[in-house]
Design a protein. Sequence first.
Length: 345
Amino acid sequence: MAINLSKAIVHEVPKGKHSTKTDVDATLSTELTPLAPETRRFILDNMVKFALKHPRDIKADDSLASKTTSLVERIIKDSDDGPFVEASQELAKALFRSQTATSPSGILVIARVERDGRDSVLLMKAEHQEGMRLQRDPVSGRLDLEHLNELIVGQNSRIYKVALMELADDGTVIGQMVDQQNGAMYADFFLADFLGCQLADRSEIQTKVFMDSAMAFFNETLADTVKGARYAGALTAYMNAPGEDFQPSVFADEFLEARDRDDFLDAIPDTVGDAVIRKDMKLIAGGGSGVRFIGQGFTVTASNEAFESGNIDVSRDENGATVIRLSGDLRQIRFGSVPKAAALD
């Protein structure tokens, strides 16, 4: 990925979403930020290229109210400094107002760049930092430590959110996004409210919707918890089986009793329907490789392999109580925190 940075500007974004006080807002720069060669190199090598190692492809969503995509288009099409500064100020204010209450303070770097020969716009939020600088007193030769409370970016800075956006051949704003603050997940406010985009490949969202809806059906609709446990084990086995795709009706036909299939498929949202969808488990807890059973005073986590091998079995005793039977070698015993569900009882 070849990136050249032509000009940039930095704005300061306070913590959390906008306050009711009218004097609280983003601190806006009125001029371009001078970029020495060392500064350009540091931004590109230590921040941008590092952050964009595992990006997500995004595209403009015209149904959203965000003005970011139109501002990005303005920056790309107009190379003059004045429009760039004005558009960057609007972007900083938009980010501040779209943030949630827990969003940390930091700086927003907005740059006009060229990536692989295409004009692009870089949007990057980084955190504030503190640091220490070692200095020698020129008179006494004593070594002193100076506290730096306005250090913005250092070698180990957390670059919270990055987007690199450009125009596709048809004029649509597309790009790549990374939300390092949330790992495999991402902040809805950043993607939708601020960037005005959606994921270009929505298979990971459809996978999550399917699995969440299926688990909700097992927990809330089925009256038989033992059957629900069996179905949940079958779901993780099905989703982790070889093959790149899944289809709700195929799972229902193979693993559910006939009387439960229609109700199950009715519980799957229209955004998933009965389409053939590429499996993408990024947003599923633990990658969807296991099932957690939570009861009064206990939590049991079972892997997909445990279900397939029969090392875990859920049944009901003659008194109607649920029985979880575990078999196999006991390898370790450890202390653990009390399950939240149990702590509330």
